[in-house]
Design a protein around this ligand. Structure first.
Ligand code: TK8
Length: 338
């Protein structure tokens, strides 16, 4: 009893003199999380990042702080991925397409014409197949939280209106740093050139490349209409973005902290998909008003593109593994029967 009293007294004294203060101070200091992304603050990516940051602040009672860095100010997607793996940066959002070099299963999402609608994309990405692909990141030093919508990609260029397959011939087209995109557009006859997104605007402006492909939202928010004349509605592939965390950082978080990040990520995902779709629905008219010349690829020409790309599908299925490929196809078949 006497001993207990003495210990208690000692503790109280230590507390009063601040001898234990350093331990407490560390608990109070908010955890700082650097979150990088490639588009600008005014984009759908920027808006959803803000929602994520606010939610993390709220759910953690201010104990976790997201510091957002837009416009690739922490580097391109590929550079940020490496920083996350090394532990020099905590979080990012970027294209799944740029992760293919790290996790080959991510190439599943690059399959041309895989999804017919955003609803199909949501169901597969949030379902067992999407979770399986995401989980593959773990062994590479990354933790995938949720998929956001980048969206269906469309083609812009400065040479000519692309109405048929042959119109792509020789167009210098920037593609993402990813072999599926490179091979797809080479197969379609374009002169495909891989470049990080952060270099794209200036490459278009200086005419180092003639064209690029991205969703309407990005063509608008990145002001590509200033340097591109023709827009062809091709919807050739649906691109997801993925919110990722450095595994080194993640492993040091408490269960509560992990939950805060996951819950905030889900909230940001739901916001982002709706926001992107709302903006996307109005974007085409806006791009027209900005002076872009817009045409739709006919169903017959889209069909010719699909046929030409059939060989790409076979190689994707080989790369991601037949089991995963078949599972995705089966899930899609089920959705389409409903
Ligand atoms: C932004 C990119 C972009 C992607 C691209 O960092 O590179 O064209 O569509 O959204 O991830």
């Amino acid at each position: 009893m006497k001993l207990l009293r003495r210990t208690l007294l000692a503790t109280v004294a230590a507390l009063a003199t601040g001898a234990l203060a350093p331990a407490f101070a560390q608990d109070i200091k908010p955890r700082l999380i650097r979150f990088g992304y490639g588009l600008n603050e005014q984009s759908n990516q920027g808006r959803a990042t803000k929602v994520f940051a606010d939610e993390v602040d709220k759910l953690s009672g201010g104990k976790m702080k997201i510091r957002a860095f837009g416009a690739a100010s922490l580097g391109s997607d590929v550079q940020m991925q490496q920083a996350l793996i090394g532990g020099a940066q905590e979080m990012m959002v970027g294209s799944t397409a740029t992760l293919v070099g790290i996790t080959k299963e991510m190439a599943l999402w690059d399959t041309p014409f895989l999804f017919n609608s955003a609803q199909e994309a949501d169901a597969v990405l949030d379902g067992p197949v999407g979770q399986k692909v995401k989980a593959k990141l773990d062994e590479k030093g990354l933790v995938g939280l949720v998929y956001w919508e980048n969206g269906f990609r469309n083609l812009t260029n400065n040479k000519r209106a692309v109405a048929k397959l042959e119109d792509l011939d020789g167009i210098k087209l920037r593609v993402m740093q990813n072999t599926v995109f490179l091979d797809s557009f080479k197969t379609l006859g374009a002169n495909a050139i891989p470049l990080p997104f952060s270099e794209l605007f200036s490459a278009l402006e200086t005419k180092a490349v003639d064209g690029q492909e991205n969703p309407f939202n990005t063509i608008l928010s990145s002001k590509f209409y200033e340097v591109q004349k023709y827009l062809t509605v091709t919807n050739h592939v649906y691109s997801p973005w993925i919110v990722t965390v450095s595994k080194k950082f993640w492993d040091g978080l408490s269960a509560d902290e992990k939950k805060v990040l996951m819950d905030a990520a889900v909230k940001s995902r739901d916001f982002e998909r709706k926001d992107t779709r709302d903006e996307g629905a109005k974007a085409l008219a806006e791009l027209k008003a900005k002076g872009m010349q817009i045409n739709e690829l006919s169903a017959a020409e889209a069909g010719r593109m699909r046929d030409k790309l059939a060989a790409i599908n076979t190689s994707i299925s080989g790369n991601v593994g037949k089991e995963l490929w078949d599972e995705a196809q089966a899930e899609l078949a089920k959705l389409r029967k409903k």
